[in-house]
Design a protein around this ligand. Structure first.
Ligand SMILES: Nc1nc2c(ncn2[C@@H]2O[C@H](COP(=O)(O)OP(=O)(O)O)[C@@H](O)[C@H]2O)c(=O)[nH]1
Ligand SMILES: [Mg+2]
Length: 314
């Protein structure tokens, strides 16, 4: 039996070392990742029971995304659920849940650990998500976790991309400095399915919640509109976490099978489009320098140069 077959079988059986290997292959953009990615998608397409709740966590740096994720891990593990985390920020630390920390650390050495954490360096200064991010999420989803959590860096493009990458977007705000109003102005609130007002041990949490609710009420809505639940949390103490989980579950019920299907298709679209973009940029980079020089000299117009690049065989 060839090595990739063995890896595929091990991945299919839920072996976490095989998952780690599969992720490494996908990150490197290697051919060998492709059968694994198809197997992952096949599995999650085979029914709701084989599918993870995929949650994207976004919000400004320092708002408490990592701390909240850590508390989510602990709360979900306490319910016996298995959790995979992808942090698009290598500086994010996870203890595997403060409460269950020691137990999880022990479990980690076990083949069927309940927590799997991986970080990816974000692409470029704007921190946008890449096709590779979608692929790692798909591999985690197909590996049999109950929840898959994506923590973004929370700046620039990643704040918008996250909605295309997940079933549910959790926006983390804080009472400090009119964070809620800022989010509203920046249009970030529109992509949030659930809002956590974290650090609600600090002054102004209730006012922030009221402001957010008022802002929500201003938008056009009817009885079918999803009004993102706003939940107060103290992530560092694990408070309010259960209400966040309940709000995500409520959103999942609201989306229904059809809504979830749409979200999965959106994820696939994001992945394919990112790959097309990457390949085209690669082609544009490797194009004969002469092509650009000719545009600069006015011998060729930019449209004609673009057409030329598109017809070049890769
Ligand atoms: N007071 C308070 N501090 C918190 C809370 N949650 C997180 N923090 C602190 O806020 C800081 C940033 O948290 P972190 O999770 O790294 O934020 P991230 O950059 O969004 O991932 C850390 O020092 C945390 O201990 C909270 O609920 N209350
Ligand atoms: Mg973080």
């Amino acid at each position: 039996m060839s090595l990739p077959d063995t890896l595929l079988e091990r991945y299919r059986s839920g072996d976490l070392r095989a998952l780690a290997r599969a992720i490494t292959l996908a990150e490197a953009g290697l051919e060998a990742a492709r059968p694994l990615l198809r197997a992952a998608r096949e599995k999650s397409a085979s029914g709701a029971a084989h599918r993870a709740v995929v949650v994207g966590v976004t919000g400004s740096p320092g708002s408490g995304k990592s701390t909240l994720t850590d508390s989510l891990i602990a709360a979900l593990r306490a319910r016996g659920q298995r959790v995979a985390v992808l942090a698009v920020d290598p500086s994010s630390p996870y203890s595997g849940g403060a409460i269950l920390g020691d137990r999880i650390r022990m479990l980690r050495h076990h083949a069927d650990s309940g927590v799997f954490v991986r970080s990816l360096a974000s692409r470029g200064a704007l921190g946008g998500l890449s096709a590779r991010t979608m692929q790692v999420l798909a591999l985690m989803d197909g590996a049999g976790f109950d929840w898959v959590i994506l923590e973004t860096v929370g700046v620039g493009q990643s704040e918008v991309d996250v909605a295309a990458a997940c079933d549910h977007t959790l926006l983390v705000l804080t009472p400090a400095g009119g964070d809620g109003v800022q989010a509203f102005k920046a249009g970030i609130m529109e992509i949030a399915d659930v809002i956590a007002v974290n650090k609600s041990d600090l002054p102004g949490a209730d006012r922030t919640v009221r402001e957010l609710m008022a802002a929500q009420g201003l938008g056009a809505h009817d009885e079918h509109t999803w009004m993102s639940p706003i939940r107060k949390t103290i992530a560092s103490k694990g408070e309010g976490i259960d209400t966040v989980i309940a709000a995500v579950e409520k959103h999942r019920a609201w989306l229904g099978e059809e809504g979830l299907q749409t979200r999965r298709e959106r994820r696939a679209e994001f992945e394919v489009r990112s790959l097309v973009q990457e390949r085209l940029l690669q082609r544009a980079r490797s194009a004969a320098h002469d092509l650009y020089a000719r545009v600069a000299r006015g011998e060729l117009d930019a449209d004609a140069a673009a057409d030329t690049l598109l017809t070049v065989q890769a």
